[in-house]
Design a protein around this ligand. Structure first.
Ligand code: HEC
Length: 267
């Protein structure tokens, strides 16, 4: 067996966690680009409508079936927990989902060519990272980046972490000459705890420019977050790699949740 393959197998088994495996639980530390929801097939949905039009698959993608049912059934590493612990973990995870919120604030109407601000506010998510993308529709497979439907991302987004301070480390990994006007960002320093019902809050302020012709343009925020690290039963501490989630890297404990589907009038 080749070394890389062996590492992959061991990491799936939760035996080792090479740093590259931490790239999804842990967000996307190295992808400073316009990510959109289809990139996260492992994640579960909180709402079946996020896969509307994909037939039976839509129902299979919801967290209850894709993730929580595997915990209650004791699949994989969940089998190491007692029946009661599995119930508790499931209830913690449901609390994370119920308290993961994403809203978008924007002017109801903008002038053609106007530059304006859009603030995306998020609550919860297990942490240590959450992700936000501006897209055109609340759909896991069909959403496009907001910048493809007429909105120009006109500046570097301002990321305000849970401590209330601006964060620049993640976005500044992208060379300035490539432009840092991204429609997707990671927020770091997020820490939620389901048993004590403590939920982080953060926000991102995007600067958008309206197109030069009038119309009604859609705008939706996609929220990427994890769930298991918010429950003491959802992870084990590894001496080198820290919190290793029980569902592992290929588990279904990530989520994609959407804000309401908004439309902004350009006049
Ligand atoms: C191989 C499966 C997989 C893929 C593909 C994947 N993710 Fe995830 N992701 C996960 C898991 C598992 C978690 C949940 C961690 C937890 O439960 O605490 C997660 C969590 C996250 C988080 C929150 C970080 C954290 O530690 O909780 C972000 C942000 C994220 N993913 C973004 C993305 C984006 C953007 C993409 C596409 C580029 C993507 N993911 C693709 C599995 C995946």
């Amino acid at each position: 067996m080749k070394a890389t393959r062996l590492l992959a197998v061991l990491s799936v088994l939760g035996i080792v966690a090479p740093t590259w495996v931490a790239a999804y639980p842990g967000g996307t530390p190295d992808f400073q680009t316009d990510a959109i929801p289809y990139c996260a097939p492992c994640h579960s949905s909180t709402d079946e409508s996020a896969l509307a039009g994909s037939g039976e698959r839509a129902g299979k993608e919801v967290a209850d079936r894709k993730h929580i049912a595997t915990i209650l059934a004791g699949e994989g590493a969940y089998g190491k927990l007692s029946e009661e612990e599995r119930q508790t973990l499931a209830s913690h995870i449901k609390a994370v989902d119920a308290n993961a919120k994403v809203t978008v604030e924007f002017p109801p109407q903008v002038a053609k060519g106007e530059t304006f601000q859009v603030t995306v506010k998020v609550t919860g998510g297990a942490g240590p990272v959450v992700g936000i993308a501006l897209v055109d529709r609340a759909h896991r497979w069909y959403a496009r980046s907001a910048s493809q439907v007429g909105w120009e991302i006109a500046g570097t987004p301002t990321i305000i972490g849970p401590s209330g301070s601006p964060q620049t480390d993640w976005i500044e990994k992208r060379p300035e000459r490539f432009g840092r006007n991204l429609s997707f960002v990671n927020i770091t320093g997020v820490e939620s705890d389901a048993p004590s019902r403590a939920w982080s809050k953060s926000k991102v302020i995007f600067t958008l420019k309206a197109p030069d012709k009038a119309g009604e343009l859609p705008l939706v925020a996609a929220y990427f977050y994890g769930t298991e690290k918010a429950s003491p039963l959802g992870y084990e501490i590894h001496p080198i790699y820290g919190k290793l989630i029980r569902g592992t890297y290929t588990g279904k404990s990530g989520r994609v949740k959407f804000s309401s589907a908004h439309v902004i009038s350009v006049r």
